[in-house]
Design a binder for this molecule. Sequence first.
Ligand SMILES: [Zn+2]
Length: 81
Amino acid sequence: MWEAQDGRCDYCRIFLETQGLTQLSIDRIDNDNREYGRHNGHLTCWECNRGKGSSPHEEMVALWEKRKLLWADQTVPAAID
Ligand SMILES: [Zn+2]
């Protein structure tokens, strides 16, 4: 899983660490499926896993898509000479 995801959270793409809010955790993609196996587990940061709670995977993906659009909208301040 680690290699496949390049060491990043599957939702927010942040680099996973061993502690803090970006601490890696294994999330079940389908909450109704009790297994953490190859097809139902993926790595997320602690914050995303906690934020997701029992919401469906699709909802979480949709949320991050909205966030990315929002961020893409913001103009980067010009560098100060
Ligand atoms: Zn995350």
